[in-house]
Design a protein around this ligand. Structure first.
Ligand code: BTN
Length: 323
């Protein structure tokens, strides 16, 4: 019934308690209680004794009804698990994927207590950020799976451009940078057999409205939030809806047209190419100038005398312009 009150208010009209009560077949006291409950949940509802109730704003909370209300996708996010606090949306989504949950299932949480990043790192997840994982069941060969994180990076970039005034760049393999600082990261994990992919779970963490004081000391100087980069609060709800929309379009196009359009877009908005870099985490550190992304999504380094090296995993530290 609370949702019925909300839906009535969402039609954008000013409606009296009496009219609402008649419409929904409840007492005026019940209407008043639901309004109070909605206000407690963060909905701003104005009331005037002469005209009635009107909805002023909805809270930026990642609850199922609100996510669905503005969602433009066909598949992604059509099944939602929304939680207040969870160790890791990624682990939860992987469990659901193993149980057969459908493509597009979204697991989202306000906070994570055991968020994971790439290469076994921790992803600290304070309030104000956006933390979610999505189950994909792509119809592609296993060898193409290495390209998915880069495709997702391009989708994330487009969604952030659409939701903010920012012009982010991509750092290989899939960090999203504002200037020299990281604003978002993607973790892609897969379960496959020799000849087919069972699932890919994409975990995305975005520092949306994260307060600078909430970044842990060791990453503070390297991290930025979208609100910090743009001096505006950013709606996490709209951003999530935009990311799901861009990701769905990108995955469809990727399955029809392959990686090439994404490789070109990635290169265009790269924070890595043309820079001297150091690669760590994949054995001995490797240095060189990042010059290309190949058809598999690997990073190509130039190491002097024209010799080239292909990097398929690791962490990139950006060093200089490479000139
Ligand atoms: C990285 O940059 O290392 C990837 C970070 C991915 C973090 C996200 S937050 C949502 C999902 N749940 C996790 O535990 N990790 C991913």
């Amino acid at each position: 019934m609370k949702n019925a009150v909300l839906n009535s208010l969402k039609q954008g009209r000013i409606v009296s308690g009496e009219a609402l009560a008649d419409e929904l077949g409840v007492s005026r006291t019940s209407v008043w209680k639901y309004v109070k409950q909605l206000r407690r949940e963060g909905y701003e509802i104005a009331s005037s004794p002469r005209c009635g109730y009107s909805l002023v704003s909805v809270p930026d909370r990642l609850i199922e009804e609100e996510i669905l209300a503005g969602l433009k996708t066909r598949v992604l996010g059509r099944k939602i698990v929304s939680l207040e606090t969870i160790p890791s949306t990624q682990d939860h989504a992987k469990n659901l994927a193993n149980k057969g949950y459908p493509e597009g299932t979204l697991v989202v949480a306000e906070r994570q207590t055991g968020g994971r990043g790439r290469m076994g790192r921790t992803w600290v997840s304070p309030p104000g950020g956006l933390y979610f994982s999505i189950i994909l069941r792509p119809q592609i060969s296993i060898s193409s799976a290495t390209q998915i994180p880069l495709v997702a990076g391009v989708a994330l970039l487009l969604a952030i451009e659409c939701s903010t005034s920012l012009l982010p760049r991509l750092k290989w393999p899939n960090d999203l940078m504002i200037g020299e600082r990281k604003a978002a990261g993607i973790l892609a994990e897969m379960n496959a057999e020799v000849d087919r992919i069972n699932w890919v779970v994409l975990g995305i963490g975005i520092n949306v409205n994260t307060a600078p004081s909430d970044f842990p000391a060791d990453i503070k100087g390297m991290s930025v939030s979208l609100s910090g980069g743009s001096n505006h609060e950013v709606s996490r709800l709209k951003l999530l809806q935009d990311v799901l929309y861009e990701l769905e379009k990108a995955m469809e196009r990727f399955q029809y047209e392959g990686f090439e359009p994404f490789r070109l877009r990635w290169k265009n908005q790269s924070a890595t190419l043309g820079r001297n870099v150091m690669i760590t985490g994949g054995g001995d550190p490797v240095e060189g100038k990042a010059v290309d992304i190949d058809i598999d999504g690997a990073l190509i380094l130039e190491q002097g005398y024209g010799s080239r090296r292909r990097i398929i995993t690791g962490d990139v530290s950006l060093m200089g312009s490479g000139d």
